[in-house]
Design a binder for this molecule. Structure first.
Ligand code: ADP
Length: 632
């Protein structure tokens, strides 16, 4: 029943069922096989195993830079996935070969079951190591011995599985470059470490530099600790250069990884540093002919890819790579005053600092904009200042004129008193003269008495002259003129002008000067006017007072760095509501008053950088206090 049924089912679509079965078979079995077999489907390709052996350490310059470049290029160019395994032959660091056996055992067990597809060695110690232990570790694995100076290639142990990417050091070219760019150089201090490899190079350098005998003194630092090298390099005589050979281990046994040692030397040295290794170029050395990392790594990578692609290593050979075209660091050229014209014609100058304008275009534009705005502001301010100065001169002029008018009006009030003051000496002079004439009519005049009379006449004349001098000085129409004055004298002069008026009005006018001189900067005529105004106002205020209470006191004193003049009276004082207005122009409570005296007084005091205030005394009466800055 079931068999029949199946046949009955298949029968109508035999072709479709067959197609379905075939598709399933293809998807489940054949597709994965195809994927594995295709070299283009990288996910399924076995990676190529690359063993990279460093000589001193992963960060040991210059080899670290070659290794980095080789690795990067290899990964970029390889059509296969790569499994790069890096190892470091640390024993090469030590001053003397260390025990290698444990490291060999370690590598042996590591690669026992899965040998690398290729071994890449970087630097001479690594090349020597892989050659030495090839039989034990990876007898059939092809090797590329890279970055080995041609003199250090162990040619006798080379096999047809090896490719050598050798470099050639040309020390004479390096030292000739020093003499070309710095022709005055007399000595070169050679910085080199104390490992056996470094010692080998000392002899080589000496041998190669024979042609420079007598032209250049060579100073060797190989027996010094690096600290001592730094000390000497910071104090080199003029016309000396430094040659940075190699510094893996110094004489004190200290290992110097990376470029720290060179950078430290650069920071203290008082002479330019030269080297032939590109990894040291760019911050510390001047430059010149040097090995090119790119050229050496390109050849190494090309050899490795050809070998991994199945080519026989024996078919791949390279000539040792010499120095590339010279390169110089622009910053170092400037620092040591090396002219670009002294460089070889094919040289390249790197690290040029772009002109300020190119490097900081936006910042420069911003700064220029700020400067322009600032310049505009400054010229505007200067213009305004000039205008203000003109206005100040103008206002002083006006003030002087107004003050002059005000003085006339004040002096007008003093007319009676001045006339009285003049009358007194003039009257005495007349009386004395008449007396003297009478005495002279006598047959034997008393000459002593006459002499006495003449002296009196002279004294009275001087008194009258003094009154006129004071009057003249206060009425003088002079521009505002600032000079050093003694305030007590100024106050005394002003009091002298009103003394008679006070006497006439039966007012007790007293002056208590400060014990020491009060020196201020000011215009004596203007200040006298202020004091006169205050005294006249005070005398007006006490005029209606009881006879016993008619007192005006003037005093001067020092208050810190200021000189103070006080004018007080025993009058009714100023009404509390008026205290704030007394200095306003045209404020007056007097029937004939103008209300300009105190306004002018305040303007004059402020022009002297001082202050004037009015208060009422607790005992009654007003008190005006002026303060002016003391100059000494
Ligand atoms: P004027 O003397 O022409 O009135 P001032 O400016 O000199 O003008 O004085 C303004 C006003 O200040 C006076 O009218 C008076 O009311 C008041 N004043 C000034 N000094 C005194 C004082 N010592 N006692 C009371 N009031 C005073």
């Amino acid at each position: 029943m079931s068999g029949r049924c199946t046949i009955a089912l298949i029968k109508p679509w035999p072709a479709a069922a067959l197609l379905l079965c075939l598709s399933l078979l293809f998807a489940v079995c054949i597709l994965p096989e195809l994927a594995d077999a295709s070299p283009n489907v990288s996910m399924r390709t076995e990676p190529k195993r690359v063993l990279l052996l460093h000589s001193f350490g992963r960060e040991f310059r210059p080899w670290s830079e070659y290794a980095r470049s080789i690795k990067t290029e290899l990964e970029r160019q390889s059509p296969w996935p790569l499994d790069i395994q890096e190892h470091t032959l640390l024993t090469a660091r030590f001053n003397g070969p260390g025990p290698e056996a444990p490291f060999v055992d370690y590598l042996g067990s590591l690669y026992h079951d899965a040998l690398p597809d290729i071994v890449l060695s970087i630097g001479a110690p690594a090349a020597r190591f892989v050659q030495k232990y090839r039989g034990k570790l990876f007898p059939d694995t092809p090797m590329v011995l890279s970055v080995v100076e041609q003199r250090l290639v162990n040619k006798s142990d080379l096999t047809d599985k090896d490719v050598v990417v050798a470099v050639r050091n040309d020390f004479l070219a390096v030292f000739e470059n020093i003499l070309k760019v710095l022709p005055d150089t007399k000595a070169v201090a050679v910085v080199v470490g104390a490992s056996p490899l470094e010692k080998f190079w000392i002899d080589e350098v000496k041998r190669e530099l024979k042609p420079l005998d007598g032209r250049l003194d060579l100073v060797w630092y190989s027996d010094l600790s690096f600290d001592e090298i730094l000390k000497r390099a910071s104090n080199l005589p003029p016309h000396t250069a430094l040659f940075w050979g190699l510094m893996s281990v110094d004489a004190a046994g200290v290992v110097h990884e990376g470029d720290v040692a060179l950078r430290t030397l650069h920071s203290v040295a008082n002479a330019p540093i030269f080297s032939y290794q590109e990894p040291f170029f760019g911050g510390s050395t001047v430059g010149g002919p040097m090995h090119s990392v790119r050229e050496t790594s390109a050849k190494t990578v090309s050899a490795a890819i050809r070998i991994l692609g199945g080519e026989k290593p024996a078919n791949i050979t390279y000539e040792p790579i010499g120095f590339g075209s010279p390169k110089y660091d622009w910053r170092e050229l400037r620092r040591w005053g090396i002219a670009e014209s002294s460089l070889p014609p094919d040289s390249e100058i790197l690290f040029r600092e772009p002109p300020l304008w190119e490097g900081y275009r936006w910042q420069m534009l911003l700064i220029m904009a700020v400067i322009l705005v600032q310049a505009g502001l400054i010229s505007g301010l200067l213009h305004e200042r000039h205008g203000r100065q003109l206005a100040e001169v103008e206002s002083r002029q006006r003030l002087a004129e107004l003050a002059h008018v005000n003085r006339y009006s004040a002096v007008g009030e003093l007319t009676t008193s001045i006339a009285h003051e003049l009358n007194q000496p003039l009257g005495s002079i007349l009386t004395n003269t008449e007396t003297a004439e009478l005495m002279l009519k006598d047959s034997s005049p008393d000459l002593d008495e006459i002499r006495q009379i003449l002296a009196d006449i002279r004294r009275d004349d001087q008194r009258a002259s003094e009154v006129i001098r004071r009057l003249r000085s206060v009425l003088k129409k002079a521009p505002f003129e600032v000079r050093s004055i003694e305030l007590n004298d100024t106050v005394r002069d002003a009091i002298g002008l009103v003394r008679a008026l006070a006497d006439g009005r039966r007012i007790a006018l007293t002056f208590v000067p400060a014990s020491a001189g009060l020196h201020v900067k000011g215009d004596p005529v203007q200040l006298q006017q202020v004091i006169l105004n205050l005294i006249i106002n005070a005398m007006d205020a006490v005029s209606d007072a009881d006879m016993k209470k008619r007192e005006v006191s003037v005093s001067t004193l020092r208050a810190g760095s200021q000189a103070e003049i006080r004018v007080s009276d025993t009058g009714p004082g100023i009404a509390a509501a008026d205290l704030a207005s007394v200095f306003d122009p045209f404020f007056t409570t007097k029937p004939q008053g103008m209300g300009m005296g105190l306004a002018i007084a305040r303007t004059i005091v402020e022009a002297h950088h001082g202050t004037i205030v009015a208060t009422n005394q607790p005992s009654g009466g007003a008190l005006f206090a002026i303060r002016l800055p003391i100059i000494r």
